[in-house]
Design a protein around this ligand. Structure first.
Ligand SMILES: [Zn+2]
Ligand SMILES: [Zn+2]
Length: 242
């Protein structure tokens, strides 16, 4: 199925990636004018979209190249259609990629596919799984988008931290490690609540028994208990390590 630039593994990975994503109507990867991978299209439609992608890329890069100079012409072209959806076309090595769909999902997916074909892979820092073409389901809107996106391209919900599908450990979209930490105010809040707890428990014990040893013990127990409960109740935050 594949000649030259893209291996059959690349072709399969790209097809699988685009088939999992929401917001993408169709996708094609073109090499030497022929569709080598496609999704959401019949064979005939894939031929037509491949030809269109080549036309868009060639025409735009020539025109932009004349205006901006070849170096600045860029390698990603976005055509906005009447209904607000887009055709996003990019060239990687000798392969032209095109995705049609909602704007942000199309952009994010073409960028992930570009990194993949450029061999700029995102690896899990723990299990080394290749995350470049992994996908992630948004916790808010339930739609699927590329793992490497830091924001859901469908609803805009931040998604900096995700769990690696290989080992389940939290990482960022670009493969950095993340740890759970309590925000700094958790400690001072716990100390404050501890003092309040100690005072209340001490007063209660004083009124009940009048025994200084019991008052002291109750104060320590009350203070420690409330301080611990307060510290536990403060939600941890994610911190990017490296
Ligand atoms: Zn979402
Ligand atoms: Zn992992």
């Amino acid at each position: 199925m594949s000649r030259g630039e893209a291996s059959s593994e690349d072709v399969l990975s790209l097809q699988e990636f685009f088939s999992k994503l929401d917001g993408i109507d169709s996708f094609v990867a073109v090499e030497e004018g022929f569709p080598i991978a496609y999704h959401g299209l019949s064979g005939e439609e894939a031929d037509a979209m491949a030809a269109l992608a080549v036309d868009i890329y060639t025409a735009s890069s020539t025109t932009l190249g004349d205006i901006l100079g070849r170096e600045k012409a860029g390698k990603e072209i976005i055509i906005v259609l009447e209904d607000g959806r887009v055709i996003d076309v990019a060239k990687v090595r000798e392969i032209i990629l095109a995705a049609r769909g909602a704007r942000k999902p199309a952009e994010e997916s073409i960028q992930a596919a570009t990194l993949y074909l450029e061999n700029k892979r995102v690896l899990c820092p723990y299990c080394k799984r290749d995350l470049t073409l992994e996908t992630y389901k948004c916790g808010k809107c339930g739609k699927t988008f590329p793992y490497r996106s830091n924001t859901c391209p469908h609803c805009g919900t931040p998604a900096l931290v995700k769990k690696c599908p290989g080992c389940g450990k939290p990482t960022t979209g670009d493969g950095r490690r993340v740890e759970l930490v309590k925000p700094p105010e958790a400690k001072s809040l716990a100390v404050l609540e501890g003092i309040v707890g100690a005072a209340i428990a001490g007063i209660v014990a004083l009124l009940a028994t009048g025994n200084p040893i019991v008052v002291g013990a109750a104060g320590i127990a009350g203070g420690a208990g409330l301080a611990y409960a307060t510290y536990k109740s403060v939600r941890p935050e994610y911190r990017v390590i490296d």
